[in-house]
Ligand binder design. Structure first.
Ligand SMILES: NC(=O)c1ccc[n+]([C@@H]2O[C@H](COP(=O)([O-])OP(=O)(O)OC[C@H]3O[C@@H](n4cnc5c(N)ncnc54)[C@H](OP(=O)(O)O)[C@@H]3O)[C@@H](O)[C@H]2O)c1
Length: 385
């Protein structure tokens, strides 16, 4: 029986994780839940799962939750509460599903404590990749990716000697603006950017999918997880989102991973690995006539992808700078303060303005994150519509 702490339980990945647990009551159980501000949903989740440890973002919400529940778990709040869930002594598995760099410290702590950490919070791998690998080594636990492309790569590359891998390709649906002209993309609205064609996700990652920054973050994530160089990781546009990744070997052959596009699949894969149990996605229907297409991303219309490669090649704190700028610019876009095209401009300005240093500690990376946010906020102030 796996005993799971879900960090970000009220989000898109968090709720899908609980659906997977629901489907396998003999194999999976919940011992800790951490949410942000969605008090009503975390209340419902607590009543369903009766975790002994719960955390929310604010102290007032923690006190309110205590009054609403029909049982008495330990209720925490803020960064310390998140850490209490991540390090809950009864948990052997942690699902890191908080959005943004806010998930960094808890992911690192869970890895250092030797848990199986199922990482959806790609920002923690982008911002502190080398630190996460060090924590993994120190703790002796496991790191399993929850992103569909990286779960696909995990399936394709497991047990393969690195020298036999020529390249990997992760696929991108292309987002809602795949076929839009540059001029039209430049004037895109929040509503248009949130209208993702194939995936239903939280707002931040949905905007990242529209700019292709999500794919850029995934390229960096793949480099960390699979010890690959920037030139070995390519992006292929595949609007149907059925092939999630491809592995190209030195002898010229490729293997592809195919699965219906439902995040419950990579979540279940990570929770139950190496076992495979029925569900959560219906077996692929190969008898249904269909067409798949594959193409090359256009870096002129989607400059955020090029910025991610730039940051990966620069190494050190560059990915942390880019990620912080992107979190700020996406939040400003969602709040109606800047336009869609400004996201890339703000990210570019921030990345080129701050010096890149080798990564040596979590504190340094968090300082870099802070400095990059300040720089990005100044840029946003100057360009507010
Ligand atoms: N959604 C997908 O299909 C998908 C696929 C691959 C990877 N990912 C990655 O998975 C992560 C989560 O994505 P999502 O789409 O599930 O996001 P989401 O729906 O926005 O959910 C985010 C979760 O984090 C919580 N949270 C946010 N800020 C917090 C803070 N400062 N402290 C504590 N909790 C906080 C939220 O709580 P409240 O809602 O209660 O405020 C919520 O539970 C992201 O890193 C994303 O890139 C997502």
């Amino acid at each position: 029986m796996r005993r799971i702490a879900v960090l970000g339980s009220t989000g898109s990945i968090g709720t899908s994780t609980l659906d997977v647990v629901e489907a396998h009551p003999d194999r999976l159980s919940v011992v800790a839940l951490s949410a942000g501000r969605n008090l009503e949903l975390v209340r419902v989740q607590c009543e369903r799962w009766k975790p002994s440890c719960v955390s929310v973002a604010e102290e007032a919400d923690a006190r309110a939750l205590a009054g609403l529940l029909t049982y008495k778990p330990h209720i925490h709040w803020g960064a310390e509460g998140l850490m209490a869930c991540a390090l809950h002594p009864e948990a052997d598995t942690v699902v890191a599903a908080i959005v943004g760099a806010a998930g960094l410290a808890s992911t690192e702590a869970a890895l250092r404590a030797g848990r199986r950490v199922c990482v959806a919070n790609k920002e923690s791998l982008v911002v502190g990749g080398s630190l996460m690998l060090r924590a993994l080594e120190a703790g002796g636990g496991e790191l399993l990716p929850v992103d569909s492309e990286h779960a696909a790569l995990h399936q394709l590359l497991a047990g393969r000697p690195l020298e036999t891998i020529r390249e990997v390709r992760i696929t991108a649906s292309g987002g809602p603006f795949r076929d839009w002209s540059l001029e039209r993309i430049q004037a895109a609205t929040v509503e248009e950017a949130l209208n993702h064609p194939t995936w239903k996700m939280g707002p931040k990652i949905t905007i990242d999918s529209a700019t292709l920054m999500n794919k850029g973050l995934e390229v960096i994530e793949a480099a960390v997880l699979f010890a690959l160089k920037a030139d070995q990781i390519q992006v292929t546009v595949h609007p149907q989102s059925q092939v999630h990744a491809m592995a190209g070997f030195t002898d010229g052959s490729y293997q592809l991973q195919v699965c219906g596009n439902d995040m419950k699949h990579p979540i279940q894969y990570a929770l139950l690995y190496p076992d495979r149990l029925p569900g959560p996605v219906a077996p692929y229907d190969w008898d249904q006539l269909r067409t798949w297409s594959f193409g090359v991303p256009d870096l002129e219309r989607f400059p955020c992808l090029a910025l991610a490669y730039e940051a990966l090649r620069a190494g050190g704190t560059a990915p942390a700078i880019l990620n912080a700028a992107n979190e700020e610019s996406v939040a400003a876009f969602l709040a109606g303060r800047i336009g869609f095209w400004d996201i890339a401009a703000c990210n570019r300005d921030t990345l080129s303005s701050l010096a890149t240093e080798p990564v040596h500690s979590l504190e340094q990376v968090l300082d870099t994150d802070h400095a990059a946010r300040l720089r990005a906020r100044t840029w946003i102030e100057k360009h507010t519509c």
